[in-house]
Design a binder for this molecule. Structure first.
Ligand SMILES: [Zn+2]
Ligand SMILES: [Zn+2]
Length: 272
């Protein structure tokens, strides 16, 4: 059984909860602690089984509440040494993660959380200090992969989509909306570069290229407020996959995560 709730997704703040009923993790800590605690209460999520916070990278929308979250919920913070270092130097945070809560992880080295989760971080080319996606394998056979703030499709992106039963993947912008939108030129250049974000088209293509029968649910995340629209992101992915004979809603479930409010909770029964 897999339970997934997203508390917010995109440049205003990212934070999600993934659980198999025995062990749970938070992914990123970019929404305020009061909001997070309220959501946890409202949705009846168990904090007693939370084993830590996984941090993807040191951009503020992913880390700004990390100190509060780790201290208030007494959670260890798992990320690479370079991201921990970046978080210490991020001066907008009122509260830092205490050193005793830091856990350094290495890309490609699997570690255990609780008794039923195995987690592996893998590199993504996005332009933070260091940037990772996570593959979370549950003892009941489910594999949940998260790749937000990607930049460009890579071998690792392909490999982990191929492993995932559940996938949270960035679809940041629509090419035309960004081109015609209000962002300054340098920002447009950054976003479309290989170390920025993935467009709807890129995400659609990488999903089509790596789709497999075991992939049961895809959540599009980190949509730009100015340069994307949930229906457009969904349609772009649906249409591309249909060209490959893969039908959303039939062959797999497709959802778009909301920016400012909770998406889910989804509860998925294990098939293995
Ligand atoms: Zn981000
Ligand atoms: Zn980022």
């Amino acid at each position: 059984m897999l339970q997934f709730v997203c508390f917010g997704s995109g440049s205003s703040g990212n934070c999600s909860y993934v659980s198999n009923g025995t062990d749970a993790v938070l992914i990123d800590a970019g929404i305020g602690i009061r909001r997070l605690k309220r959501y946890i209460r409202e949705y009846g999520l168990k904090t007693s089984i939370l084993r830590g916070v996984l941090i993807t990278h040191d951009h503020s929308d992913h880390i700004k509440a990390a100190g509060y979250v780790s201290n208030d919920l007494n959670l260890k913070v798992f990320t690479t040494a370079a991201v921990h270092e970046g978080m210490r130097h991020y001066y907008h945070t009122m509260r830092k993660v205490e050193a005793s809560h830091d856990v350094n992880i290495e890309k490609g080295v699997t570690f255990e959380l609780g008794t039923t989760l195995k987690v592996t971080a893998f590199p993504l080319p996005h332009d933070a200090t260091d940037n990772v996606g996570f593959c979370i394998e549950s003892a009941d056979g489910d594999t949940f992969c998260v790749m937000t703030d990607i930049g460009a499709p890579t071998e690792e992106v392909n490999a982990y989509i191929s492993k995932a039963n559940y996938l949270m993947i960035e679809a940041d912008f629509d090419v035309e909306m960004l081109k015609n939108g209000p962002y300054p030129q340098y920002l447009k250049k950054r976003i479309t570069s290989g170390t920025g974000h993935l467009s709807n088209d890129q995400t659609a293509q990488v999903l089509a290229d790596n789709f497999h029968e075991g992939l049961r649910h895809v959540w599009l995340c980190h949509l730009s407020e100015q340069n994307n629209h949930p229906e457009l992101a969904r349609k772009t992915v649906e249409q591309k996959l249909r060209q490959y004979g893969i039908i959303a809603g039939v062959d797999f479930e497709l959802d778009v995560l909301k920016r400012h409010v909770v998406s889910g909770p989804w509860t998925e029964e294990s098939e293995k």
